[in-house]
Design a protein around this ligand. Structure first.
Ligand SMILES: [Zn+2]
Length: 87
């Protein structure tokens, strides 16, 4: 993820620190905060719902736990909805 002001890459450590709590970008000292993007969440909702619907037969075929796959997909969904914005 990148700083919205200077486009410098925000490190994972910074991302974790700035989770819903503003922190400073190391490159430009701009206040940044990681939030959930409602827009991206809405955009991804349909494909994620479709994937969850398809997981059951796939899980059966792969002989893995469907609950585990669902949790994994929802985890990826959550990560995908994260965005960095100026605080
Ligand atoms: Zn910056």
């Amino acid at each position: 993820m990148k700083c919205p002001k200077c486009q410098a890459t925000v490190t994972l450590n910074q991302l974790i620190k700035s989770f819903f709590k503003p922190t400073q970008c190391q490159a430009c000292a701009n206040s940044i905060v990681v939030t959930l993007s409602i827009k991206r969440g809405a955009l991804l909702l349909l494909p994620v719902a479709a994937t969850l619907f398809l997981v059951k037969p796939l899980a059966f075929q792969w002989q893995v736990d469907a609950t585990f796959l669902n949790a994994f997909i929802l985890f990826l969904y959550g990560i995908s909805c994260l965005t960095v914005r100026s605080a």
